[in-house]
Write a protein that binds this ligand. Structure first.
Ligand SMILES: *Cc1c(COP(=O)(O)O)cnc(C)c1O
Length: 435
């Protein structure tokens, strides 16, 4: 990953005089229409602050630690760092990013099932003490390379095991064993971490299991003379206020029972998607079109257009910003950029593919869209999580241009909350954008 210094400046557009995000998107579509019609991303920094406000009003007892792997754009990290979030890192580059944005080492957790030796040493050198650990081999490495480490034991949960085919985390029984080994080797254990994925269908049951298991690990730790005081309930927050309320109502009574405030246990969560997903939209261009006619049930259907289906090719696909499709996530249908829409246009079943001509490069299978033409623009919302990383190099567009925006009123609120992009960030400049 490139260092901050190698990057061109990020520009944040401050929207003045009633300019809306839609106006900005229109403007960039117009600009792009004159050149290569490349896809681009628009970020609304105000959305980060609104998600933070939502988090604080619904789960004020959960301290948010942001997983850098979710979206490591410097502007996002700077906003979240100045809002006071802690950071979860999985490697050296992410630890450096967090430190570069002024996050204090005690607010950084080094996570990951299997950490490279160099990364553990890097944490030790930079005084990052909180490390996640889930197995004995990892414990041996940490005990050798990081003498002041404070471990969070990763507890497995049924819900997480069901989602990932790989065994992840440590069972109750092996937690006991890990605690004993840690004791022998003189490594401090300070807490427990687990995660319930957002795909979990029974939140109540999942959190009940996980939190009662966590309580058992705390009790075992106390038996062995450890002082456990951190409970991390992980990620799995979709970004919707409704789902956050559901998690809150599942978790609150359990926390009250097992980890009441008087117990002195600090409770953390790792909301990644929650903070960033809604802040970014992706605009892509339609570069190809095919009409597919289905003959199979022409007997039952009249000569209406229900048997007409369109297949469109877009200039980005699963080897670019839609890579989470390859991990099994579905992508919601886009909206059509407005200049092609008239009020009562017929909608047709449509499928959207990326440009690679590879069978896997299917972004959206069958959604309803008005008939599009080559050159039209589609707008995908909720693209802020796991989409914008540079590591995906198969796409020929490399890094998509990202235009950051913030409305004047959001910007005032953010400044009151302590966000100061222009003065603290070396590589960000703010420009005024008015109609
Ligand atoms: C990726 C990750 C998260 C973030 O999960 P979201 O569902 O995106 O919030 C949290 N915790 C761990 C350990 C992760 O690896």
């Amino acid at each position: 990953m490139k260092g901050l210094a190698d990057k061109p400046n990020d520009i944040v557009e401050l929207l003045e005089g009633g300019v809306t995000l839609e106006d900005v998107i229109d403007g960039h579509i117009y600009e792009q229409a004159l050149v290569e019609k490349s896809a681009f991303v628009v970020g609304d920094l105000g959305a980060l602050m609104r998600q933070h406000a939502c988090w604080q009003s619904i789960v004020p007892q959960l301290q948010p630690y942001y997983p850098v792997k979710c979206n490591s754009s410097p502007v996002v990290l700077q906003v979240l760092a100045s809002l006071g979030l802690g950071f979860v890192c999985t490697n050296k580059a992410e630890m450096n990013l967090a430190l570069d944005h002024g996050v204090s080492p005690e607010n950084i957790i080094l996570s990951g099932v299997c950490k490279q030796l160099a990364h553990i040493k890097h944490a030790a050198k930079n005084n990052i003490q909180y490390l996640v650990c889930e197995n004995e081999a990892e414990l041996a490495k940490i005990s050798r390379l990081h003498h002041s480490a404070k471990l969070l034991l990763q507890l497995t949960t049924d819900a997480h095991a069901a989602e990932t085919s790989m065994a992840f985390g440590s069972s109750l029984k092996s937690c006991r064993h890990l605690l004993e080994v840690a004791k022998d080797q003189g490594v401090q254990v300070v807490g427990v971490t687990f995660t319930i994925p957002s795909s979990c269908s029974d939140l109540q049951q999942a959190y009940t299991h996980a939190l009662s298991d966590a309580r058992c690990v705390f009790d075992m730790g106390v038996d062995l003379g450890f002082n456990l005081n951190i409970l991390d309930i992980g990620g799995g927050f979709t970004g919707s206020e409704f789902q956050l309320r559901q998690v809150e109502s599942a978790v609150r009574p359990l926390l009250d029972a097992y980890f009441p405030p008087l117990s002195g246990v600090q409770v953390l969560a790792q909301p990644g998607t929650f903070y960033v997903a809604s802040a970014f939209s992706l605009a892509v261009n339609v570069i190809g079109k095919k009409m597919v006619t289905c003959h199979w049930d022409s007997l039952t259907q009249g000569d209406n257009n229900e048997d007409t289906e369109f297949l469109y090719y877009m200039n980005e696909g699963v080897y670019g910003p839609f890579s989470c499709k390859l991990l099994g996530n579905s992508i919601a249908a886009p909206s059509v950029h407005k200049h092609v829409l008239c009020a009562e246009e017929t909608a047709y079943p449509s499928s959207l593919c990326g440009p690679s001509l590879d069978d896997l490069d299917q972004v959206v299978e069958r959604c309803l869209l008005p008939e599009l033409s080559v050159g039209d623009w589609l707008l995908f919302s909720n693209m802020g999580a796991y989409s914008l990383e540079e590591s995906i190099c198969l796409s020929d567009s490399h890094q998509l241009p990202i235009y950051y925006t913030v409305s004047t009123s959001d910007w005032y609120e953010m400044q009151e909350a302590g966000v100061a992009l222009d003065s603290t960030m070396k590589n960000v400049s703010m420009v005024h954008y008015s109609a």
